[in-house]
Design a binder for this molecule. Structure first.
Ligand SMILES: [Zn+2]
Length: 407
């Protein structure tokens, strides 16, 4: 079995966190100067590990193994959320690097190759999982042409300033790999709150998103009689209440739903709102549950529209499909976890999206979680116990070896 060096893993994570350090976290948006410098640093580390690194036309850093006969692709994304944490993405990238080094150092594993990867822009500064979608050939040039950051920088401009413009984008040949493995911090608190140390991801949730609009009649809050009002705000909160009740009645064991945005127009204290909008989202690993939620939501919107006095319409914004992780990979990750942390692991869904959901459309994929302290992520305070980082690397390496040996 490969032998990982926990001290080296922690040291590399700390070094990577220096690129864009913010308090105890990191501010390293995709294609920022710090992000570009960190990708060049990673390419150098991949080369030191004996891989042939390339930074491609979308910013993916890929370390190719020069002569393996069986290969696993292992990594995650390396940019961060604004003022985000030091481990989100970085952990999986440095684990990929460490696995490449551990395999290269073990002559019993000759012929088994780890190819490390740092995807670009999983965090969506410019688009939705740009790097892994580019690699799996589901990102069009037209989308690259139109993508912009929230600050208004175009993706083309950002790629040019990063020095990546004009480089070819690497596209996967799925026959090159036995599969893809990604390690990540859990981001939730299921592991941390129950004292568990390893999560084995069964599936990554699908997220379906809708925009619901209520149209009434804007008018004076003092002179408009109650019986004559078409108050879009009242209609909105009543509908939101019914949505929560209905969803609770039909939810699966893992379903989560959120109304994260509500807006009143004109949103003034002395005006009856003429228009109200909300964004409704639900997530589950089961497409049947997602379809059931959609049907329920459509029904409630139609009911509200019929009941009046406000018009109620709905538009779907986006629907990502759930992605199942490979059952064989799950078993081998679980067996490795049981060896190093007997009874200290859990099979679980991923409530957050990850590059593995994109890769899983092209090859067998697996994901492993380490605990997030207090379930905090997407915040500079995000952290994981050092002993869990160290243990996770060894479990992950054992699982990768077992997958490569099984073929
Ligand atoms: Zn992440």
């Amino acid at each position: 079995m490969p032998k990982t060096d926990g001290g080296r893993v922690v040291a590399d994570l700390k070094r990577l966190a220096e690129f864009g350090r913010y308090k105890t976290g990191v501010h390293r948006p995709t294609y920022s100067a710090e992000d570009v410098a960190s990708r060049q640093w990673l390419a150098g580390k991949f080369a030191e590990a004996g891989l042939d690194p390339v930074i491609d036309g979308i910013g993916n850093v890929i370390g190719r193994h020069p002569h393996a006969s069986r290969r696993l692709l292992v990594g995650s994304h390396s940019e961060t959320q604004p003022r985000g944490g030091w481990l989100d993405g970085a952990l999986g990238v440095i684990y990929g690097l460490e696995l490449a080094r551990a395999f290269a150092a073990d002559s019993a594993l000759a012929g088994l190759g780890i190819e490390a990867v740092a995807w670009a822009d999983e965090e969506g500064h410019y688009g939705n999982m740009l790097g892994s979608r580019s690699f799996t050939d589901t990102l069009s040039d037209a989308e690259i042409d139109t993508a912009t950051s929230r600050e208004g920088t175009t993706l083309r401009q950002a790629l040019a300033e990063a020095g990546f413009a004009g480089r070819p984008r690497e596209i996967v040949d799925p026959s090159r790999y036995l599969g893809y493995l990604e390690a990540h911090i859990e981001q939730g608190d299921r592991l941390d709150s129950s004292g568990l140390r390893i999560g084995i991801v069964e599936a990554i949730i699908g997220s379906w998103n809708y925009w619901v609009t209520l149209t009434g009649e804007q008018n004076h809050a003092g002179t408009t009689q109650m019986s004559r009002r078409k108050d879009a705000g009242v209609a909105l909160v009543r509908l939101a209440d019914r949505i929560h009740d209905r969803f609770a009645a039909i939810a699966g064991p893992q379903t989560v739903w959120t109304i994260g945005r509500m807006m009143l127009d004109p949103n003034a204290p002395s005006i009856v709102p003429g228009r109200a909008e909300m964004q409704v989202q639900f997530r589950d690993t089961d497409t049947d549950v997602l379809a059931r939620f959609e049907e329920a939501l459509d029904g409630l919107v139609a009911e509200s529209d019929r009941a009046g006095p406000c018009r109620c319409t709905i538009a779907a914004l986006s629907k990502s499909e759930p992605a199942a992780m490979d059952p064989g990979f799950q078993s081998l990750i679980e067996a490795a976890a049981e060896r190093h942390a007997p009874g200290g692991h859990l099979r679980m869904p991923s409530g957050a999206g990850h590059d593995a959901q994109i890769l899983s459309r092209r090859m067998r994929s697996g994901m492993m979680f380490v605990p997030s302290l207090n379930g905090i992520s997407h915040h500079w305070a995000e952290d994981t116990k050092e002993e869990d980082i160290v243990l996770g690397a060894q479990v992950f390496a054992d699982a990768a070896a077992a997958i490569l040996q099984a073929g």
